[in-house]
Design a protein around this ligand. Structure first.
Ligand code: S3P
Length: 428
C-alpha cells in the first residue's frame, strides 16, 4: 500500500496514542503466568502484540480479546502446555526473545519462528544465557538465528552479565528466572527499559534493582491484576516531532507513558529547543504517565550518544528527521544496535534522509545529520519497517511537495490508524 502525504500548514488537535507496545506484550505474557484473571485495558491491537496473544493461546492459555480490552485466565507458572505447531512471532523481536525465556522455563518442546526480518535478527544473545540456565536450545546458523527450538524445564538460576543493554535480553533471562529455584541476576552495561521489572513487581514477584543489576526470586506466586496500558511514548514521538517541525502546530497527547527509561528522545528534543511540556504526571500500575503538549519550535543540532541511547533507541529514525530540519549538525553515536532492528536502521535512515535532500554521513555505530532549511517531498521505500514508514510520513508533512510512503501497511505493527490520525490533525 502506498500512502501520499501532502505538506501540512499546521497540525492541531488532541490525540490519544495507542497503548504501549512493550507494556502490552508483557501484560499478556506475565498475565499468562499469574493465578486468576488479568484484565488489560488500552492493549495495543498492533500486529506485534497480536502475535504475542496468538502464541500465548497456542500454549493453552485462555485469552479473550474485545476491542482493546484483553482478559487472560491462568493457573500460574505451570499453566502453559506444549504447542501442537510452530509458534509464529511475525515481525516481533520482543515476542520472540521474551517468549524464549518463558519457553526455556516450561517443561516441553516448542519451536518459535518469525518473518524474514525477524529470522535475520540476532538471537544468540538470548539463546546463550538460556542455555547456561539449562534449557536445550537449537537454532539456525550455529544457534544464532530463528527458527529456535527449545526443550525447556529444570532451569537453574544464574548470574548473567549481559554484553548488550537490551531489555529483551534482560527480560528473557528474568522471565526464565521465574521458573528457576533461587535468585537469577542480570547485569547490563547500561540500563535498558525496565517495564519487565515494574510489571513483575506489580504481579507480586520479588525483584531487586541495584543500579544496572536486577535480581528476580524464582518460583513466585504471581496473582492476576488489572492493568491499564499507558499510551506509547514511541508512537507519540512521531506526532511530537511532527508538531515541532510543522509551523504553527500545537498537539496535546494525553495519558502517555513517561517511564524515564523511555523518555530519552524528549530530553534530546528539549535540548534541541523543542517546546514540549508534560502536565499532570501520575502513575498507573507502576508506570509513570503524563499529558504531553508540543508546539512548533526552531530546533538546533545536538549530540546523542552514550548511556542515553537505550532510552531512545526506537526514536532515532524520527529524531533524525527532526535533525534534518534543525540548524547545524546532529551527531548520533554508540547506536550500533540500530543495525539489528526491524531493518538496518542506520542504513535505512540514511537512505530516507538523503531522499528528502538532507546531508547525512553514515558510520558503523551511528550517523551525522546536517540540517537544511527545507526538505523536498520524496518517494520513500520503507523496507517493511514501521518506524521508518512513520518517519517518512512525518518528514513529508514538513516537506515541499508531495511524499509517497511505499509499503505503508507496516505501520500496523505498532500504530494502526496512524495515517488517519495524521489526516485528522493536519490543517491543509
Ligand atoms: C523492547 C526493547 C528494545 C526495543 C524494542 C522493544 C522491549 O529492543 O528496541 O522495540 O519491549 O523490550 P532491545 O532489547 O533489542 O534493545
Amino acid at each position: 500500500m502506498n500512502v501520499n502525504i501532502t505538506p501540512a500548514k499546521s497540525l492541531r488537535g488532541v490525540v490519544n496514542v495507542p497503548g504501549d507496545k512493550s507494556v502490552s506484550h508483557r501484560s499478556v505474557m506475565i498475565g499468562a503466568l499469574a493465578c486468576g484473571e488479568t484484565e488489560v485495558k488500552n492493549f495495543l491491537m498492533g500486529e506485534d502484540c497480536l502475535s504475542t496473544i496468538r502464541i500465548i493461546r497456542a500454549l493453552g492459555v485462555d485469552v479473550q480479546v474485545e476491542n482493546s480490552r484483553v482478559v487472560i485466565r491462568s493457573d500460574g507458572l505451570e499453566t502453559l502446555r506444549e504447542p501442537g505447531d510452530v509458534l509464529d512471532a511475525g515481525n516481533s523481536g520482543t515476542t520472540m526473545r521474551l517468549m524464549s525465556g518463558i519457553l526455556a522455563g516450561s517443561p516441553f518442546y516448542s519451536v518459535i519462528t518469525g518473518d524474514d526480518s525477524l529470522r535475520s535478527r540476532p538471537m544468540g544473545r538470548v539463546i546463550r544465557p538460556l542455555v547456561a540456565m539449562g534449557a536445550e536450545i537449537m537454532a539456525r546458523n550455529n544457534n544464532l538465528l530463528a527458527p529456535i527450538s527449545i526443550k525447556g524445564g529444570n532451569l537453574k538460576s544464574i548470574n548473567y552479565e549481559s554484553p548488550v543493554a537490551s531489555a529483551q535480553v534482560k527480560s528473557a533471562v528474568l522471565l526464565a528466572g521465574l521458573f528457576a529455584p533461587g535468585c537469577t541476576t542480570v547485569t547490563e552495561p547500561t540500563k535498558s527499559r525496565d517495564h519487565t521489572e515494574r510489571m513483575l513487581r506489580h504481579f507480586g514477584a520479588r525483584v531487586e534493582v541495584d543500579g544496572t543489576k536486577i535480581t528476580v526470586w524464582g518460583k513466585p506466586c504471581l496473582t492476576g491484576k488489572k492493568i491499564t496500558v499507558p499510551g506509547d511514548i514511541s508512537s507519540a514521538m512521531f506526532l511530537i516531532v511532527a508538531g515541532l517541525i510543522v509551523k504553527g502546530s500545537e498537539i496535546v497527547l494525553p495519558n502517555v507513558g513517561i517511564n524515564p527509561t523511555r523518555t530519552g528522545a524528549l530530553q534530546v528534543l528539549k535540548a534541541m529547543g523543542g517546546d514540549i511540556t508534560i502536565n499532570n504526571p501520575r502513575e498507573v500500575n507502576g508506570e509513570p504517565i503524563g499529558d504531553i503538549t508540543v508546539r512548533s519550535s526552531k530546533l538546533k543540532g545536538t549530540e546523542i550518544g552514550g548511556a542515553i541511547i537505550p532510552y531512545l533507541i526506537d526514536e532515532i529514525p524520527v529524531l533524525a528527521v527532526a535533525a534534518a530540519l534543525a540548524e547545524g549538525k546532529t551527531v548520533i553515536s554508540d547506536a550500533g544496535e540500530l543495525r539489528h532492528k526491524e531493518s538496518d536502521r542506520i542504513a535505512t535512515v540514511v537512505k530516507l534522509l538523503r531522499n528528502f535532500g538532507a546531508g547525512v554521513e553514515e558510520f558503523t555505530d551511528g550517523l551525522v545529520v546536517h540540517g537544511v532549511k527545507k526538505i523536498r517531498g520524496a518517494v520513500c521505500e520503507t523496507f517493511g519497517d514501521h518506524r521508518l514508514a512513520m518517519s517518512a510520513a512525518v518528514a513529508g508533512l514538513a516537506a515541499d511537495g508531495e511524499t509517497v510512503v511505499m509499503g505503508a501497511e507496516c505501520v500496523h505493527i505498532s500504530y494502526p490508524g496512524f495515517f488517519d490520525t495524521l489526516k485528522k490533525i493536519a490543517v491543509q
